[in-house]
Design a protein. Structure first.
Ligand code: HEC
Length: 328
């Protein structure tokens, strides 16, 4: 009996010891792996992708390894969230200036690879006047899914059947230090630029080398219309600052009927679909970049029209009174 117990405890202890060694080994392994590259990508099998310029690249080796990057997911047929998201990120891109492509790299991966050929992605990038350093990418569906899973972004529903369900997240990271941060592309562009241009560099870059920190905190006295304009429209429009992605809206109330203006702001996609002549004319003039339906409430549309009308009046311009549509 005693012998039995002894042999049992020896076996038990040996087992325990072996387990200990094993888990210690695993711990050390993980530690070394992290220390070696600080990477979330340990054991990550590389993924073949094609850029909007038709170049074949590998996701990890060519795009991520050793770099500070931003990654988001879009598809080019999407009429609301993706254009709004891309226009917002373009503000970040502008703020970082020529650092994008040099020490910061931006990637937008299509969740609709069936339709998003490199040509489709290229024309999308052109519509948004996107230059070097920001790459649009296509990969096989299952590979895109793997990337999303890797960042903890995969969804329950099948986004490839309905890309409208795609994840509106932005991942910012430094592969070298292993720091990864999840954000929304609709966050304040100045804050996103600070993360990409400064925080992820672990103090290796002086804060003032980020192109601009000029954005002041939201003034508490901003009217509802002004606030909406700043947060929802300014990525594509100015008021007197010239054309950006869309037309300069200074004077817009002097040339458009208020009812047309309100409907356009509420559902530009429907008006283009219905073939409204003015909507189509604008759409063609602006590189077929469709203004997104921003899902605004009626009260928000009203506040915006009021804001645009006031902005014109303040500059001595005379808005078109209601019911005098002059479509030209
Ligand atoms: C993603 C970019 C984008 C965003 C965001 C956006 N627009 Fe536009 N907007 C456009 C484009 C591009 C056009 C030109 C028509 C077209 O191509 O669809 C346009 C056209 C317009 C026009 C018609 C101008 C004219 O001459 O008649 C108005 C008014 C307008 N936008 C208001 C707004 C307002 C208000 C917001 C915010 C609530 C907004 N837009 C947000 C891109 C955008």
């Amino acid at each position: 009996m005693r012998e039995k117990i002894d042999s049992f405890s020896v076996k038990f202890l040996t087992g325990l010891f072996a387990l200990g060694v094993l888990s210690l080994g695993m711990l050390l392994g993980e530690f070394q792996a992290r220390a070696a590259s600080g990477s979330l990508f340990q054991h990550f099998e590389d993924i073949e992708m094609t850029t909007h310029e038709g170049k074949r690249v590998r996701f990890y080796e060519d795009l991520i390894k050793g770099k500070v990057v931003s990654i988001n997911f879009i598809y080019t047929r999407c009429s609301d969230s993706c254009p709004a998201e891309t226009a917002k990120l373009r503000e970040v891109y502008e703020r970082l200036g020529d650092r994008v492509g040099r020490d910061i790299f931006m990637y937008s991966i299509s969740v609709d690879p069936q339709h998003d050929t490199p040509e489709a992605l290229n024309s999308f990038a052109k519509k948004f006047k996107i230059g070097p350093g920001w790459t649009f990418l296509r990969a096989e569906e299952s590979d895109v899914e793997r990337i999303e899973k890797h960042f903890g972004l995969d969804l329950d529903s099948d986004e490839f059947d309905d890309p409208d369900d795609h994840n509106i997240s932005l991942v910012l990271g430094n592969e070298r230090t292993g720091q990864w941060i999840k954000r929304s592309p609709f966050d304040n562009p100045g804050a996103l630029a600070r993360i990409l241009g400064y925080r992820l560099f672990d103090g290796m870059v002086a804060q003032n080398t980020v192109k601009s920190y000029s954005e002041a905190p939201e003034a508490p006295s901003l009217s509802a219309g002004a606030f909406l304009f700043k947060t929802r429209c300014e990525s594509c429009h100015t008021l007197g600052g010239g054309e950006t992605l869309g037309p300069d809206l200074l004077g817009v109330t002097t040339r458009r009927d208020p009812a047309w203006l309100a409907r356009w702001i509420r559902e530009p996609d429907r008006m283009i679909e219905e073939g409204d002549p003015l909507a189509l004319k604008l759409y063609r003039e602006y590189r077929e970049l469709a203004m997104p339906n921003l899902r605004l409430e009626d009260s928000e549309v009203e506040a915006l029209v009021e804001y645009l009308t006031e902005a014109d009046r303040e500059r001595g311009l005379v808005p078109v009174p209601p019911r005098q549509a002059r479509l030209h």
